[in-house]
Write a protein that binds this ligand. Structure first.
Ligand code: FAD
Ligand code: SF4
Length: 511
């Protein structure tokens, strides 16, 4: 096949790039390793959704298995299954990128029109309906403690408050890439190849020639290796912050760019569960609608790890993997499922020399793996965050609270919880950590010895290879990533469209 631009991956970065390039009149082919599933397939069933729509059936883990990683693997990528929270990149994060990594063109004021454009395109606005009980209890606890909180903006249109965003929205209310930018690109003549994994990029005479694809089945197992080659003037990698570095590694491009795959960040997440006296039914209603930044910058930008407080939706399968334990103890824990309220803390990694993140590597089958071992600064952040979350839950009226730690039990007073949390062993596989926010691994920057691509997302040494997804962030963000990816990619891909001779549409030209 031949085209102007081949885009690998159809998530937040790939979807927005496809729309802008197609609207600029360029011939685009989108390649996606996951299947094409639509609202007709979304049955609000965890066991089906995780198998159909997630990387490794939602069981992806770091090499030491200490961190559980959720990422989408379907048309629309993680946006098809995400929880719709939409935050602009914090000013402090963008200033740090500029000062520390010399990133150009991405200050708050330069990005403002792009945030506004995306917010309009994807109908992003603060959630105007009362929060579900899971989120309401977070707000109640925060208010009683005098800690700041606010309402989360969401990318939805006609949301029925069902609460099953993580299984694919059954009524197309979530404005994911699946129902917005990808259909727009297809309506303008772009093509989409699903269940096709980009294996390698072909480079000849210091120019990228195209991408070699293998066909895969619905579960992501390779059916036929290297079946199709797509020749393109420009290749865009948007396979996410594990997928994009993996393609560069498989293509041998780390030889010229030794930092490929390094400094991969996660917003490591830990959680606490509070037992309430009334039913919470945390599976119903918009999953996330309240947040607090009380502790996000608790020690400045570069000090101890700060964290954002939110809640996760509670569905039985996912919750039962979080509430570990076995047999009778696990059975007892799950008995009260409807009465649980959960808080989570997203920790901001990558903002100082102790927080170095992880590294994407290939296993013996050339399949990506993430090596990310929790270290002291992360454990300190996790302990601090666990204390804050327990405090909020007791303030909201919890009868007892349990942190997600194998040595923890339910504690019935804040004092007991605090004493226990201060002494829980900071050990991998005992303190549970998870993440749905993978970033970095192909960092932007101005210094070639510290970055993989420049501030335009162009891989060093190959001017017709761009990386346009969450992997180009040089640190994590401190907020849920989708809106940052949409806006930054929109700005960079608009420049690229012009460079390729495309005719940028008026609404984008004006920004
Ligand atoms: C359960 C869940 C909830 C979340 N909730 C929120 C939220 O509320 N708010 C928020 O801001 N963020 C949320 N996120 C995170 C957010 O969705 C992601 O950060 C964002 O979508 C990442 O965009 P991306 O373009 O980097 O990668 P992705 O959106 O992950 O897309 C990458 C795509 O590339 C494909 N791919 C990978 N390798 C290959 C290959 N070799 N060949 C072809 N295709 C490939 C993948 O299958 C995938 O479809 C959530 C994520 C999950 C999983
Ligand atoms: S909460 Fe809204 S956006 Fe999420 S699945 Fe339900 S209807 Fe769709």
């Amino acid at each position: 096949m031949e085209c102007d631009v081949v885009i690998v991956g159809t998530g937040a970065g790939g979807g927005i790039a496809a729309e802008i390039l197609s609207r600029s009149g360029l011939k685009v082919v989108m390649v996606e390793e996951g299947p094409l599933k639509t609202s007709a397939d979304f049955k609000m069933q965890e066991k089906q959704a995780y198998a159909d729509l997630y990387q490794e059936v939602a069981g992806r883990q770091t090499i030491d298995k200490s961190i559980q990683i959720l990422q989408g693997r379907c048309v629309g990528g993680s946006t098809t299954v995400n929880w719709t929270s939409s935050f602009r990149t914090p000013e402090r994060t963008l200033s740090y990128w500029k000062e520390r990594f010399g990133i150009k063109g991405l200050s708050s004021s330069e990005l403002k029109p792009w945030f506004q454009w995306v917010e309009q395109r994807l109908n992003i606005a603060p959630w105007s309906i009362p929060p579900n009980q899971n989120n309401q209890l977070l707000a109640d606890g925060l208010r009683k403690l005098g800690w700041e909180y606010n309402v989360i903006p969401r990318n939805v249109s006609g949301c029925a408050n069902l609460g099953y965003c993580g299984m694919g929205c059954p009524i197309n209310a979530k404005q994911s890439m699946l129902v917005s930018c990808i259909p727009m690109a297809l309506s303008l003549g772009s093509q989409l190849i699903a269940r096709a994994r980009a294996e390698q990029i072909l480079v000849e005479k210091e120019q990228v020639r195209g991408v070699m694809l293998s066909s895969v089945d619905n579960r992501g197992q390779v059916k036929q290796k290297n079946v199709t080659f797509i020749r393109a003037r420009q290749v865009i990698l948007a396979a996410g912050a594990i997928g994009s570095p993996a393609i560069l590694l498989r293509s041998g491009l780390q030889k010229a760019n030794p930092l490929v795959g390094k400094r991969t960040f996660l917003h490591p997440v830990t959680a606490t569960i509070g037992l309430m006296s009334e039913k919470v039914n945390g599976f119903y209603g918009a999953p996330q609608s309240i947040y607090s930044d009380e502790f996000l910058w608790r020690d400045g930008v570069t000090g101890e790890m700060g964290y954002k407080l939110e809640v996760p939706p509670l569905h039985p399968l996912l919750a039962s993997t979080l509430l570990r334990h076995h047999g009778e103890k696990h059975f007892q824990l799950m008995q009260n499922f409807a009465f649980y309220q959960a808080n989570l803390a997203l920790l901001r990694d990558g903002f100082n020399d102790l927080s170095i993140g992880g590294e994407v590597k290939l296993d013996k089958y050339d399949y990506p793996q993430l090596d990310y071992s929790p270290n002291e600064i992360l454990w300190r952040g996790i302990r601090h965050a666990t204390l804050s979350m327990a405090e909020v839950q007791f303030a909201a009226g919890a009868k007892k609270v349990i942190p997600l730690h194998m040595d923890a039990t339910f504690y019935s007073t804040l004092k007991r919880a605090r004493d226990a949390i201060m002494n829980l062993p900071a050990k991998a596989l005992r303190w549970q950590i998870m993440s749905a926010h993978v970033m970095g691994g192909c960092a932007m920057g101005s210094d070639a010895s510290e970055s993989v691509c420049n501030s335009k997302g162009q891989l060093r040494g190959l001017d017709n290879l761009s990386i346009l997804d969450g992997s180009i962030f040089p640190t994590s963000l401190g907020v849920n990533p989708q809106l940052s990816i949409y806006a930054i990619v929109a700005k960079l891909v608009a420049q690229l469209a012009q460079k390729l001779g495309g005719n940028l549409p008026q609404d984008l030209k004006a920004l």
